[in-house]
Design a protein around this ligand. Structure first.
Ligand SMILES: Nc1ncnc2c1ncn2[C@@H]1O[C@H](COP(=O)(O)OP(=O)(O)O)[C@@H](O)[C@H]1O
Ligand SMILES: CC(C)(COP(=O)(O)O)[C@@H](O)C(=O)NCCC(=O)O
Length: 319
């Protein structure tokens, strides 16, 4: 219950379960992944293991399958009401959270589990970094230190992309971002062809629509989502994970001479930690606090991670 100044309290729309109670909700939902799959899907620095897939992600997969069926029925009802033959529309899942919280692993594991449902849906996964403006535009607008902030994205293009996929357009393209060159890859795109399920992963996917100049609210990508997941953790833990990942990247991705961050590959441990903390504190933490965290209360499901990067509590919206 949330308490108000006048003493009255409003009921929370969420129920919160610890991992043990959540794990029971898997019931008989089958496990189709093996240790090699989990290893392949795990992002750098993440701790995902078979136990976590079974205890945390299989119940989510089961719940998502119920949502998918119910959403398809609801869509059919609207079609019947309109006297139309309802065209198929994909079930869209949004995955939000801070930089370095492990959204990509969550999105990848969900995509893999969904694709193994009995109905064998075709699942596509897109990350919103492809909709960042190219560095040339960010430079012109003085936004190079704001990568990941809402204004660093071409939000219209992202909205058009998601709405066209939802509308069942035969082929929809998304641009591609590369961490290696730290920019949009010129001429490259990914093509989405009428998937049954689309997962959209990114920092700001739960953002509410912005009001137009005339005061009328517009649309946001979140208006097209059927289910949303927010991956949550304490800021101090995320900061540590970001720093640890930066240290690992120094020996891998940054070692590549074509990497935008190549200059960081020769930093000492102390210098690398300081650099990572500076980037985190000046860009990623303010973005988390000002823009991302305020969208958490819009999620259908919140995964709460402990200091060791594993999910230890789950909050599900039931109202
Ligand atoms: N500078 C970088 N070079 C190469 N890969 C990176 C870099 N920064 C992040 N990544 C990778 O990009 C992916 C997305 O990272 P991020 O946006 O921080 O989201 P999250 O950690 O929540 O999945 C991760 O798999 C991460 O390992
Ligand atoms: C590319 C990102 C903005 C994340 O994009 P997303 O796919 O979540 O839209 C982020 O990973 C990033 O690189 N931020 C810039 C600051 C930094 O280098 O950490």
């Amino acid at each position: 219950m949330a308490s108000h100044g006048n003493g009255a309290s409003i009921p929370s729309p969420y129920v919160e379960l610890d991992r043990r109670d959540w794990a029971r909700l898997r019931e008989s939902h089958p496990m189709h992944l093996d240790a090699a799959d989990v290893e392949r899907l795990r992002g750098l620095g993440d701790r995902l293991d078979m136990d976590e897939v079974e205890q945390v992600y299989l119940p989510i997969s089961r719940l998502l399958s119920f949502y998918e069926e119910a959403t398809a029925r609801l869509h059919q009802v609207t079609g019947d009401f309109l006297g139309e033959r309802a065209a198929r529309t994909p079930f869209i899942v949004g995955v939000a959270g801070s930089v370095a919280v492990g959204k990509s692993t969550t999105a990848r594991i969900l995509a893999e589990l969904i694709s193994r449902w009995d109905s064998q849906p075709r699942v596509d996964l897109v990350t919103t970094d492809g909709f960042l403006y190219p560095n040339r535009v960010l430079e012109e607008r003085g936004l190079m230190d704001r990568k990941g902030f809402p204004e660093s994205y071409d939000r219209r293009a992202l909205l058009r992309f998601v709405s066209e996929v939802k509308a069942g357009r035969a082929e929809v393209r998304a641009p591609v971002y590369s961490h290696l060159i730290y920019d949009i890859v010129p001429g490259e795109s990914i093509v989405v062809r009428q998937p049954d399920v689309l997962i959209v992963e990114g920092l700001n996917v739960l953002q509410a629509p912005r009001p137009h100049a005339n005061g009328r609210a517009g649309l946001a990508v979140s208006d097209f989502f059927d289910f949303t997941v927010y991956v949550d953790a304490h800021l101090s833990d995320i900061r540590r994970w970001y720093t640890e990942r930066f240290l690992s990247l120094r020996e891998t991705a940054f070692a590549d001479p074509t990497s935008h961050f190549h200059r960081f590959s020769t930093l000492s441990d102390d210098e690398a930690v300081r650099t990572a903390q500076e980037i985190f504190d000046s860009i990623n933490a303010p973005n988390l606090v000002e823009n991302i965290l305020p969208t958490r209360s819009r999620a259908t499901l919140v995964l709460l991670k402990g200091p060791d990067h594993t999910v230890d509590r789950v909050r599900l919206r039931r109202l």
